[in-house]
Ligand binder design. Structure first.
Ligand SMILES: [Zn+2]
Length: 200
C-alpha cells in the first residue's frame, strides 16, 4: 500500500515516477536549502520558496500530495538538529476548517508529524484557527492584525517551563507565525521556535 503510493508519486521537479524528488532533482532541492538552525524566539526555514521546494509545497497544499512532505521534513529535522532548542513538543499553525476539509488534511500538521517522527518531539495540537481567517490579498500590516485575531492557543504547556517548536509550511512576512507564537507564550509556554518548510 505504502509502496503503491510511493511508486505512483511523481518527482515534484521533473515528473519522473517513483519518488517525491528524484535523485537528479534532489541536487536542485539541496541548492535551495538555507542551512537553517532552529532557535527559540526565531523563525527558521528549511528552503527558499523556489524551484523544486516551491513545487513540493504547492503539490502538498493544492493537490494533496502527502508524500511531498517527506523531503521537506528531512531538511526541517536537520535544521532542528543544527539549532539550540531544548523543546520537547511540536505544534503547527493550523489551516482553517474549510481548507482542511477541501484538502483532506492540514499540511502543516502533516509536516509537524513527519518532523516529529524524525526528531522524537511530541506533537501537540496547541492552536485553533478561526474559520474566518483569510490572509489572501491583505497588505503586511493588515495581515499582522488579522493573524493576531485569527488564532487561539488551546493547549497550555504540559509541564512548567516547557518549550515548543511551531511548524508552518511557508512564511512570508512571518506575521502569522509570530502571532501564533505570541498566543502560545501568553498561555504559559516558556519558549517558541518557529520552523517553516520554506521562506518566500
Ligand atoms: Zn526529478
Amino acid at each position: 500500500m505504502l509502496l503503491d503510493v510511493l511508486f505512483s508519486v511523481r518527482c515534484a521537479g521533473c515528473g519522473l515516477h517513483g519518488a517525491p524528488v528524484c535523485p537528479g532533482c534532489s541536487h536542485d532541492l539541496s541548492c535551495l536549502g538555507l542551512e537553517a538552525a532552529v532557535r527559540p524566539g526565531w523563525t527558521a526555514a528549511a528552503f527558499r520558496y523556489e524551484g523544486v521546494a516551491r513545487s513540493l509545497i504547492l503539490g502538498l497544499k493544492l493537490r494533496s500530495l502527502r508524500p511531498y512532505a517527506l523531503p521537506l521534513a528531512d531538511e526541517m529535522a536537520a535544521a532542528l538538529h543544527r539549532g539550540g532548542t531544548d523543546a520537547r513538543w511540536i505544534a503547527w499553525v493550523p489551516a482553517r476548517r474549510p481548507v482542511r476539509r477541501r484538502r483532506g488534511f492540514d499540511q502543516a500538521a502533516v509536516l509537524a508529524a513527519e518532523v516529529a517522527a524524525r526528531t522524537g518531539l511530541e506533537p501537540i495540537e496547541a492552536l485553533r484557527a478561526s474559520d474566518k481567517l483569510d490572509q489572501v490579498g491583505l497588505d503586511r500590516q493588515a495581515r499582522a492584525l488579522n493573524a493576531r485575531a485569527g488564532f487561539a492557543a488551546t493547549a497550555p504547556p504540559p509541564a512548567p517551563g516547557a518549550s515548543l517548536v511551531l511548524i508552518d509550511d511557508l512564511v512570508t512576512s512571518g506575521a502569522t507565525a509570530a502571532a501564533c507564537a505570541e498566543r502560545l507564550l501568553a498561555i504559559g509556554w516558556a519558549e517558541v521556535a518557529v520552523l517553516a518548510a520554506c521562506r518566500a
